[in-house]
Design a protein around this ligand. Structure first.
Ligand SMILES: NC(=O)c1ccc[n+]([C@@H]2O[C@H](COP(=O)([O-])OP(=O)(O)OC[C@H]3O[C@@H](n4cnc5c(N)ncnc54)[C@H](OP(=O)(O)O)[C@@H]3O)[C@@H](O)[C@H]2O)c1
Length: 324
């Protein structure tokens, strides 16, 4: 009732700030999230904003402004290195992380025949094993203290596959399965898991992807597939980012809300404009309806797809999924 709520608020206000560790803060969603949490009006957070290459820290430091050195510190962390993870956690005051945000990630697009196994493994090492490394490092402390929150920046591609994003989607599906499994055990320890699933977001991510895709040769791929990828998929993908893309600020706002909750949700999509697509699978969980519809839109009615994307770009549909 009202009284217990009020007393809990009272405890919260007196409590020390929660230490939030975020991976991949050199740009995009991680950078925005670090800054928004560090500028929390109620100063509920002490943010450890990490990146693998500290030479990139200027943008974050400039965006942090007065929060720098107060509620935000920058630290080196390469999620692909056990040593770097150990060193980073060892340098945290008190050594305890209350909220871990697994944000670091990389994309890859292209026909699978043209991607090397080594390139695929490196996507998994960052997107999947990177998060696993950090979780293994913070979990003992969280369990001992019987509290914690682990946020994972997944993707709508963690819920359903997208053509030419086979490996990236697989890495996000891996995260979804891993963290859903862990969530069951961790409820027993008062530790919460939240999988955040953005649609397209306008960050460096897309630029890096398209640059990679336009220079890669995809050896061993048949000419029909390669032509389709370059002449149809890449332009359509650009259009998708333009028409339904969210800003990293918007996605960070959703995550800030989730971190502020006493009972954070297990899953949260961030982009309402993308939800017609995720709905196709939610309505028919075998995925067959989604696969057939996506196939028809891409191969049979590409003009309808383009028209749909343009309408979304012109329309004033809100991009945010409203609060529940
Ligand atoms: N943009 C989208 O459309 C979109 C959609 C859904 C989900 N997501 C997810 O959102 C997350 C953030 O991506 P973003 O859109 O903000 O893209 P971004 O601006 O490219 O940010 C990615 C961040 O991950 C970092 N990173 C990559 N490998 C790393 C490693 N080994 N160790 C530590 N950091 C590493 C990058 O650092 P460097 O600068 O050193 O490379 C960068 O700071 C990713 O998990 C991505 O999969 C993105």
């Amino acid at each position: 009732g009202g009284q217990s709520h009020a007393s809990r608020e009272g405890i919260n206000m007196a409590a020390a700030p929660r230490t939030v560790l975020i991976s991949g803060c050199s740009s995009g969603i991680g950078l925005e999230l670090a800054v928004q949490l560090a500028r929390d009006p109620r100063q509920r957070y002490q943010v450890v904003a990490t990146m693998r290459d500290l030479r990139k820290k200027e943008t974050l430091e400039a965006a942090a402004g007065e929060a720098l050195g107060q509620t935000l510190t920058v630290a080196q962390l390469d999620v692909c290195s056990d040593e770097s993870v150990a060193q980073c956690l060892g340098s945290i005051q008190g050594g305890e992380v209350d909220v871990l945000v697994n944000n670091a990630g990389m994309g890859t697009v292209g026909p699978v025949e043209g991607l090397s196994i080594a390139a695929m493994q490196s996507i998994f090492d960052t997107n999947f094993f990177g998060a696993v490394r950090l979780v293994k490092a913070v979990l003992p402390g969280m369990k001992r203290r019987r509290q914690g929150h682990i946020v994972v920046v997944s993707s709508v591609m963690g819920l359903q596959g997208v053509m030419f994003n086979d490996v990236y989607a697989a890495s996000k599906f891996a995260l979804e399965g891993f963290f859903e499994s862990l969530a069951i055990q961790l409820l027993q320890f008062n530790i919460f898991i939240s999988l955040v699933e953005p649609g397209p977001v306008a960050t460096e991510f897309e630029g890096k992807l398209l640059a990679q895709a336009s220079t890669a040769e995809f050896p061993g791929t048949d000419p029909d597939t390669l032509r389709y990828f370059r002449d149809f998929y890449l332009p359509a993908s650009r259009e998708l980012f333009r028409s339904v893309g969210q800003s990293p600020q918007e996605v960070a706002q959703v995550i800030v809300k989730i971190i502020g909750k006493a009972r954070p949700p297990l899953r949260r999509q961030t982009n309402a404009r993308y939800s017609p697509l995720t709905l196709l699978k939610a309505l028919e969980p075998s995925g067959a309806l989604y696969v057939r519809t996506a196939h028809s839109l891409l191969f049979r009615w590409p003009r309808l797809l383009n028209l749909g994307l343009r309408c979304l770009a012109w329309g004033r549909l809100p991009t945010r999924v409203g609060p529940r």
